[in-house]
Design a protein around this ligand. Structure first.
Ligand SMILES: Cc1cc2nc3c(=O)[nH]c(=O)nc-3n(C[C@H](O)[C@H](O)[C@H](O)COP(=O)(O)OP(=O)(O)OC[C@H]3O[C@@H](n4cnc5c(N)ncnc54)[C@H](O)[C@@H]3O)c2cc1C
Ligand code: FES
Ligand code: FES
Length: 462
């Protein structure tokens, strides 16, 4: 039976539903509490929660943007919408607090805030107010102070709370999904199933979290005859530290990655909070961020600074490609037909000095104008042994500034080194003008971000 649990009721999903966003699916069934603000992941008015295991294996409620979730993806899941959080006619404590503290005015954003805060209310390790919990929700009229007051006033669920009790039970079991129709949808569990499908339908559209692909469907009206979702493929999930590398599954979400790198990989710790919002990171993957090959993706500069490589798999073979050789041109990668990204491999030991910088119109929940990932390794004499200066937003692909990197090697990282490298960076790239920033602005950022790196690390390096 192809179905999912919606506010405790089982609902069927047919092939005709699978390519609909969950938001459309809900609203067509009369669940209009979930709102459409932007249909591109920017406002959170469409937030719903899924029941999922986190990276430590704990079951939790996870808020996601239903506008970016294909209905086929939620088969076998348990989904709660704003209509489903009250208990026996009594408002949920988060709903009551929104009323009592004046957190709602026109009310358009309110269901999304309620769902994000509902998930936060039950987060197992919550300590105090975490602004991240509502980083993907926008309100245009109330003002954030009363909404923040609601977030600050969240109590603790007691053992009798049925939502809390649900977290002690088994997670939903996600099986393989195959919905054949005029538009087909497939969510396999194993690589064998993936390759069998790719052999049958080599032109099938691939997705993981959908945060790029479903935007294309919603905003550019792209339609696909068939979609293959990699989100639940066992071999593409799992993160592990070994003696010589950190392996990150291509289908792990960025939220799952956060606790794995916390306190261990500073450049990723700096990058992840600047990457969209919690609602998007609950779905977005590294496989998708690299697979989409955007020149302004945030993970490539950070991963280039770490000398990461990719494990690529096809039905015939597995191969390893340095990330530096992966981007071949604008939105063009080294992936051969039928090949997928299986994992990102970060070699150990990590560089001694790492920094990530992102220039964007607003600090959180925005796309980069320019991003930079920098790292240095130094010898016992304090001289630079190797340097990585990687940028996004300044060329058709994410790129490294090789001449500048070479000019740093063999010398101390001091004022003289900075003065020698700045002119090399000035002419390193020929960026484009666009609505996010002019070519001149981007060229200036290439140089100034490097000087910021030097300034920010000078205390660490003396
Ligand atoms: C509101 C919003 C904010 C965003 N903010 C940022 C941001 O701050 N920084 C940033 O970098 N990006 C941002 N993005 C873009 C997007 O979230 C990221 O690129 C994300 O990492 C994509 O991952 P996904 O799994 O959702 O990709 P999907 O949409 O599922 O896939 C994207 C593409 O990658 C390919 N792909 C997916 N997985 C694989 C795989 N395993 N092997 C080969 N190809 C694969 C697919 O062919 C697909 O075309 C934002 C998007 C939204 C909607
Ligand atoms: S409608 Fe705005 S994030 Fe979904
Ligand atoms: S209350 Fe109107 S948008 Fe938030």
């Amino acid at each position: 039976m192809t179905s999912f649990l919606l506010n405790g009721q089982r609902v069927q999903v047919g092939a005709q539903d699978a390519h609909l966003s969950l938001l459309q699916f809900l609203r067509e069934r009369g669940l209009t509490g979930t709102k459409e603000g932007c249909a591109e992941g920017e406002c959170g008015a469409c937030a719903v929660v899924l029941l999922r295991r986190d990276a430590r294996g704990l079951l939790r409620y996870e808020p996601v943007n239903s506008c970016l979730l294909l209905t086929g993806s939620v088969v076998d899941h348990e989904v709660l919408t704003v209509e489903g959080v009250a208990d026996a006619g009594r408002l949920h404590p988060v709903q009551s607090a929104m009323v009592e503290l004046g957190g709602s005015q026109c009310g358009y954003c309110t269901p999304g805030f309620v769902m994000s805060l509902f998930a936060e209310y039950y987060r197992p390790d919550r300590v105090g107010y975490d602004p991240e919990a509502i980083s993907g929700n926008l309100c245009r009229c109330t003002g954030y102070r009363p909404i923040r007051a609601v977030a600050e006033a969240l109590g603790t669920p007691d053992g009798a709370d049925p939502r809390q009790r649900r977290l002690q039970l088994a997670p939903p079991a996600l099986g393989s999904v195959s919905l054949e129709g005029a538009r087909s949808f497939h969510r396999p569990c194993s690589l064998d199933e993936v390759f069998a499908m790719l052999e049958r339908r080599p032109d099938i559209a691939i997705t993981s979290g959908g945060s790029d692909l479903v935007v294309e469907m919603n905003q550019r009206h792209r339609r696909f005859d068939a979609v293959l979702s990699l989100e639940n493929v066992t071999e593409l999930r799992g993160m592990a530290w070994t003696a010589d590398s950190l392996r990150i599954g291509a289908s792990n979400t960025l939220t799952e990655l956060e606790p794995v790198i916390a306190g261990k990989v500073p450049i990723l710790e700096q990058m992840l909070p600047l990457f969209s919002s919690r609602l998007v990171r609950n779905r977005a993957t590294l496989g998708g961020n690299l697979g989409t090959a955007s020149p302004i993706g945030d993970s490539p500069p950070a991963l280039l600074a770490l000398d990461a490589s990719l494990e690529l798999v096809s039905a015939a073979a597995t191969r390893r490609v340095p990330l530096a050789d992966f981007f071949l041109g604008y939105r063009k990668t080294a992936l051969a037909p039928g090949e997928l990204i299986a994992a990102v491999l970060i070699p150990l030991p990590l560089p001694e000095v790492q920094r990530f910088y992102k220039v964007s119109k607003r600090v959180l929940d925005d796309i980069s104008t320019v991003a930079a990932g920098f790292s240095l390794r130094r010898g016992t004499d304090g001289r630079v042994e190797s340097a990585r200066l990687a940028y996004g937003g300044v060329a058709a692909t994410p790129v490294r500034a090789h001449a500048a990197e070479d000019a740093l090697v063999g010398r101390p990282f001091d004022d003289e080194a900075e003065a020698r490298v700045r002119p090399l960076l000035e002419g390193a790239f020929a960026p484009l003008d666009d609505h996010r920033g002019s070519a001149d602005y981007r060229r200036a950022m290439v140089v100034e971000l490097f000087s910021k790196f030097r300034f920010d690390t000078s205390a660490q390096l003396t």
